[in-house]
Design a binder for this molecule. Structure first.
Ligand code: IPD
Ligand code: CA
Ligand code: CA
Length: 271
């Protein structure tokens, strides 16, 4: 079976698994801090996806947020980048507004992206060069917008953060308004559909954006880091995703601010 068809089936089955598993109790643990949560369902879903991929494609490699693929240091061959639950805080507090996110790269090049909005059972998928879809409906090309007339997705934590908050504050002042959804993967598909015009993050991991970048690109959107630099699919970085017009406009806020650039370099290093 083609990787793309297999990926669509796999993420749908993983969605069924989560919806079934939610009917039983699950354990919630803190990871790096009391607000950084992980549940049994995150671990079990990642194991489910991992095992299914390797059953079919033993030679493929997999990076998962919850521990699989720590030995992957290069992008040779077929690489699956998996976030079993993106939006774990929403999962724990709301039992909705979370996604499974799976990006596939072949020799470092985007191949396919899959994002399942689990509780709404909407599957977003894209094969590089062949367009992006919400279920069976192809998503249209994005329109350019200006910040002053746009909604943007942004977590308020970045606005109050020392060293970078002042730049995000300027962006918030100039935007029509902000939205905070709590799942980077859903922020990407909301951007791809024009529900918001852009999504900004100071720090994301590969599993947060691997699928979203591919889906967004297929609607004409642009993803770089906040300094307009290309993102390395194996590293954490800041992310600026949006339609080409607003992407260019937003990039100026960050690239013209020496204090922000210094904080960014300190957090993420030189490119
Ligand atoms: C998180 C979500 C959230 C983003 C965080 C991510 P997780 O992923 O995508 O929207 O702001 O940076 O870590 O931990 O729920 O998989
Ligand atoms: Ca995530
Ligand atoms: Ca996660």
């Amino acid at each position: 079976m083609e990787i793309y068809e297999f990926g669509k089936e796999l993420i749908s089955e993983a969605g069924d698994f989560i919806r079934g598993r939610m009917l039983e109790d699950f354990r919630v643990d803190a990871k790096l801090n009391p607000n950084d949560l992980v549940t049994d369902v995150d671990h079990e879903t990642e194991a489910f996806i991992y095992e299914r991929i390797l059953e079919h494609w033993p030679e493929h490699r997999i990076i998962g947020e919850e521990g699989h693929g720590t030995d992957v240091e290069d992008t040779r061959g077929v690489l699956w980048i998996v976030d079993p639950i993106d939006g774990t805080l929403n999962f724990v507090h709301q039992l909705q507004n979370f996604a499974i996110s799976i990006g596939v790269y072949i020799d470092g090049k985007p191949y396919a992206g899959f994002i399942l909005d689990v509780m709404n059972d909407n599957l977003y998928h894209a094969l590089a060069g062949k367009g992006a879809y919400k279920n069976d409906v192809r998503l249209g090309r994005m329109q350019d917008t200006h910040l002053a007339k746009s909604l943007i997705a942004l977590n308020s934590n970045w606005v109050i953060k020392e060293g970078i908050g002042h730049t995000f504050t300027e962006v918030v002042k100039d935007a029509r308004s902000t939205r905070s959804y709590g799942s980077a993967a859903l922020d990407f598909v909301n951007t791809a559909q024009g529900i918001v015009s852009a999504a900004l993050f100071f720090r994301l991991h590969p599993w947060d954006y691997a699928a979203g970048m591919i889906i967004l690109a297929e609607t004409g959107g642009v993803t770089t880091n906040l300094l307009g630099e290309e993102i390395n699919i194996l590293k954490k970085d800041s992310v600026l995703a949006g339609n080409p017009g607003i992407h260019e406009e937003l990039k100026q806020y960050f690239t013209s601010d020496e204090k922000f650039i210094a904080s960014h370099r300190k957090a993420h290093g030189e490119k």
